[in-house]
Design a protein around this ligand. Structure first.
Ligand SMILES: NC(=O)c1ccc[n+]([C@@H]2O[C@H](COP(=O)([O-])OP(=O)(O)OC[C@H]3O[C@@H](n4cnc5c(N)ncnc54)[C@H](OP(=O)(O)O)[C@@H]3O)[C@@H](O)[C@H]2O)c1
Length: 319
């Protein structure tokens, strides 16, 4: 089968288009003919070999040689213990921890997968798993979003932000999106009530207050965020600078003790809310914002675009 393989850490140039052996499913796995896969920040970290990923997944060189966690495709074979899926089913899910999606075929444990509803394309499905789970778990589970609130999404134009806006709008909240100049037109057309260009304006100094902040970048001091939270406001981060996240972890108990404001960090529960996303998709309340689609051979270019952060929504590769 054709796959994008990497054997050393580096930039997109270390990603090689290769012919390799087709995998075979274990007893609790399904074999999937991959039709679409999306690029996540985690793939980028694994490609580059940042410190945390080296600690977990190979210090000198990567232990897993095929990136790609968020896949959509058709079940081609099932292991003998698989009960939820059969050959011919269309499925999607987040295979992070195992990866292997940037290939014509991959194996996945059945617990990582959900059925794709008939109204959802493979491309739309592949865009959903990690980004939408972070949006749902950030806004609903940790943020406890409530109707009438003022929400700010920092890093609004990528995967998490574009899903988060659509989910937030189900709660009738006023949403401000922060991103760079070239993303603002898209944010306005998607329905953000206000947009802020972070290259021109610092939202932590604007004098505006927010009931809920969802942050995908976490690039500022916790004190800046706390300053623009309203009384009882909640700040939720899904990721960003490791130094800033450590600061948050250390100071969050003190901040809740001396003020009524809450600081929360999302630890992704992969695939937990795929059934909820299916419902929203079927009822037409949410759609995937797709950048691409790219072909398997174009994966290095797709990663270059991701690395320069030129993408809008989710970069999707189709096969
Ligand atoms: N919590 C967990 O368990 C977990 C698991 C997986 C991933 N994650 C995290 O989830 C996040 C992924 O988010 P995503 O998929 O939405 O990423 P994304 O698609 O890369 O989007 C990030 C957006 O932020 C913008 N941005 C960059 N610098 C900014 C700044 N200083 N201020 C405001 N916006 C800025 C980027 O555009 P420009 O560069 O053009 O400005 C881009 O539009 C990452 O932080 C990742 O580490 C967390």
């Amino acid at each position: 089968m054709k796959a994008i393989v990497y054997t050393k850490y580096g930039g997109p140039e270390v990603l090689q288009f290769k012919e390799i052996k087709k995998p075979y499913p274990k007893d609790d796995e399904v074999l999937i003919r991959v039709r679409a896969v999306s690029v996540n920040d985690w793939d980028w970290g694994l490609l580059q070999g940042d410190f945390i990923n080296r600690l977990l997944y190979g210090f000198i060189k990567p232990k897993r040689n095929i990136l790609g966690s968020d896949i959509a495709g058709r079940v081609e074979a099932v292991g003998k213990n698989v009960t939820r899926f059969k050959t011919g089913d269309d499925v999607y899910g987040d295979l992070s921890g195992q990866w292997g999606g940037l290939a014509e075929y991959t194996c996945a444990p059945e617990k990582a997968l959900a059925l794709i509803p008939p109204c959802m394309s493979f491309e739309e499905a592949a865009a959903i798993p990690q980004a939408a789970m972070l949006a749902v778990q950030g806004l609903i589970d940790k943020g406890k979003i409530q109707p009438g609130q003022k929400l700010l999404i920092n890093g609004a134009g990528g995967g998490v932000g574009t899903f988060a806006l659509q989910i937030a709008k189900l709660y009738d909240v006023e949403v401000t999106g922060v991103d760079s100049t070239n993303k603002l037109d898209m944010l306005c057309s998607m329905g953000f009530d206000h947009v802020i260009d972070y290259t021109q304006e610092d939202f932590t100094k604007s004098g505006q207050y927010y009931d809920l902040i969802l942050d995908v970048k976490t690039n500022r001091s916790i004190f800046d965020y706390v300053r623009v939270l309203s009384r009882n406001g909640v700040y939720v981060t899904v990721g960003g600078s490791i130094a800033r996240l450590l600061q948050l972890l250390l100071l969050k108990p003190w901040i809740s003790m001396i003020s009524k404001k809450q600081i929360n960090i999302v630890a992704l529960k992969p695939n937990k809310d795929l059934p909820y996303m299916n419902q929203l998709f079927i009822s037409g309340k949410v759609k995937s914002v797709i950048d691409g689609a790219y072909n398997l051979k174009d994966v290095p270019d797709a990663f270059r675009i991701f690395g320069k952060s030129e993408h809008k929504g989710k970069i999707v590769i189709t096969m």
